[in-house]
Ligand binder design. Sequence first.
Ligand SMILES: Nc1ncnc2c1ncn2[C@@H]1O[C@H](COP(=O)(O)OP(=O)(O)OP(=O)(O)O)[C@@H](O)[C@H]1O
Ligand SMILES: [Mg+2]
Length: 268
Amino acid sequence: MNSILGIEGLVKYFDGVQAVDHATFGVEAGSVTALIGPNGAGKTTVFNLISGLIRPDHGSVTFEDTDVTSSAPHQMAASGLVRTFQQPRTVTRMTVRENLHMAAPNQPGENLRNLLISPRAVRRSEETVAERAEELIDLFELRGVADDYGGTLSGGQRKLLEMARALMAGPRMLLLDEPLAGVNPTLVRRIEEMISVLRNERNMTVLFIEHDLSTVMRLSDWVIVMSQGAVISSGSPQDVRGDQAVLDAYLGTHAEEIDPSRHPEDRQ
Ligand SMILES: Nc1ncnc2c1ncn2[C@@H]1O[C@H](COP(=O)(O)OP(=O)(O)OP(=O)(O)O)[C@@H](O)[C@H]1O
Ligand SMILES: [Mg+2]
């Protein structure tokens, strides 16, 4: 496997409680990979560890063959890896366009010294930011709401904006934390389509956390399953669907969604 991202033996404790338990997995370059597991399995904590929001107690994170363990989020973004949050970070009192502009990393205009040294370079960079924002507004079909305040968007539109904001940094890999949670069915299809477009047309790698297993089965090239902090299974959607350990982990929650022939009641 040609891994773009690898985590090795990641361990994280919160106040003596082990949230992540020696998690190890790789993500193939150019794949759409799903990270699934019951509530509290440690999925978001793994995202936080990868993206540098928190530091692991043990273990390592490798991105494009470079050890990036404990790199800060802005360093990860500069390296080409950006994540979205389970709760979208839309600024409600800014327009959609302003939200996008604000998400661009390292804008030289923010730094007065740069402005004094090279106003032309600042202008050029601002043009690039504006162009990228307009391109993303079109790609995500946000033109109709581009001048609306973030606070007026629906939950699904916020998820789309959150993805578009992440793309302002021009990443090669995107981590999406529950991009479809609370989204109405029309926008679910649109967001699923966007994830496929990012892989097929933009050559990006996507790792996404999702509870809706029909989406996971439809969209993913590969599935990684966590339970109680540990990676308990990984494989193609078909492999994972039939894995007894996965069915046991989901017992009483989503077992019948993974394999419709199983019902939690049948297995007691
Ligand atoms: N900052 C924190 N402080 C203390 N405990 C935490 C913290 N973050 C996560 N945890 C705990 O770590 C465990 C894993 O949480 P995490 O949010 O990673 O799970 P998850 O798989 O993303 O769940 P969900 O599907 O509900 O989003 C949980 O028991 C949670 O309560
Ligand atoms: Mg989570």
